[in-house]
Ligand binder design. Structure first.
Ligand code: FES
Length: 78
C-alpha cells in the first residue's frame, strides 16, 4: 500500500454539527479534511464520520494517524 499525501502537519480543529461526513484518507483533497473525490484512481477511499451530537473534533491531516479520522499526534514525528 502506498503512503497517503501529507495534507498538513497540524490537525483540523472543527466544531461539527450532527451529520455524516467523509474524511479524506488520501491527502489529495483540496477541501481538507474532507474528501473532494481526488482519491479517484488511487487505492484510497474516504472514511465515514458520523456525528450524533454537536462537538469539537481534531481531525488528522497528516493522514498517518492510527485512530482515523482523529489526530493522534503522529504529525509531531514527521
Ligand atoms: Fe482523499 Fe477522497 S479526496 S479520500
Amino acid at each position: 500500500m502506498s503512503e497517503p499525501t501529507i495534507a498538513a502537519k497540524t490537525p483540523a480543529v472543527l466544531e461539527l454539527e450532527p451529520g455524516t461526513y467523509w474524511w479524506c484518507r488520501c491527502g489529495k483533497s483540496a477541501k481538507q479534511p474532507w474528501c473532494d473525490g481526488s482519491h479517484k484512481g488511487t487505492e484510497f477511499s474516504p472514511k465515514e464520520l458520523v456525528i450524533d451530537e454537536a462537538r469539537r473534533v481534531a481531525l488528522c491531516q497528516c493522514k498517518r494517524t492510527a485512530n482515523e479520522p482523529f489526530c493522534d499526534g503522529t504529525h509531531k514525528s514527521l
